[in-house]
Ligand binder design. Sequence first.
Ligand code: IPE
Ligand code: IPE
Ligand code: MG
Length: 247
Amino acid sequence: MRKYTDSELKAFGLTPDRIPKHVAIVMDGNGRWATAKGLPRAAGHRAGMNTVKEIIRFSSDLGVESLTLYAFSTENRKRPKDEISILCGLLIEYFNREIEEMHRNGVRVKGIGDLSWFPTAVQETVRNAEIKTAGNTGLKVNLALNYGGRAELVRAMRLAFAQDDEPDEDAIFRNLYTAESGDVDLLIRTGGDERVSNFLLWQIAYAELYFTDVRWPDFTREELLKAFRDFAGRERRFGGLKSNGAK
Ligand code: IPE
Ligand code: IPE
Ligand code: MG
């Protein structure tokens, strides 16, 4: 639900009709943020939680329709058990603390990925948030948890083949976790690395990519505005020619 008027958006340097509808973020750099400060990695994950709150809030206020956040990849299962359990604890804490405000703001939460791998407490937390916010019509927040783009595609293709002997692209698309959010318009990765790390492989086919060295705990509202301004200046051709018809 957009909070800002067109002229307020213009004051942010944004073109109102060029706000990305579906934004995906690889929230990377928590560990390095902490290490650089002489803190344990967990401190970086905790600080990153505050960024999540700010960015959800601001995206909603700016009128973004869907925000897909990479919180835990299938490959992250390789991490030490104690780091994984700290992440699980933070996730539960986050929902306990923030779900009311998200709900008030009309946010609709969805967990994407194979959540069955997580302890029941995590599964229940996400499930309860989904149920509570299911009727909301504001920002869709897809939280990727034990998510892998390849695993999602295998799942989508199996489902599509079960429905139809010769599924087409649209049939596969409809079976992705993010079907309701559509293709990604803008993919942001914080933390300095320029790679996709198995995130939303199908959905980013024509996404604009934005990489920043800023580590996730330092990714402020102003940093999101920078990414959106950059996006607004891109010419998206989708394989066609310039939209103004110039040769
Ligand atoms: C991203 O931060 C959060 C998760 C992958 C859970 P990292 O934990 O990957 O932080 P770096 O990349 O080691 O700095
Ligand atoms: C990507 O970050 C996954 C998440 C942010 C959840 P990683 O830290 O796992 O990615 P790599 O290992 O650097 O590619
Ligand atoms: Mg990382």
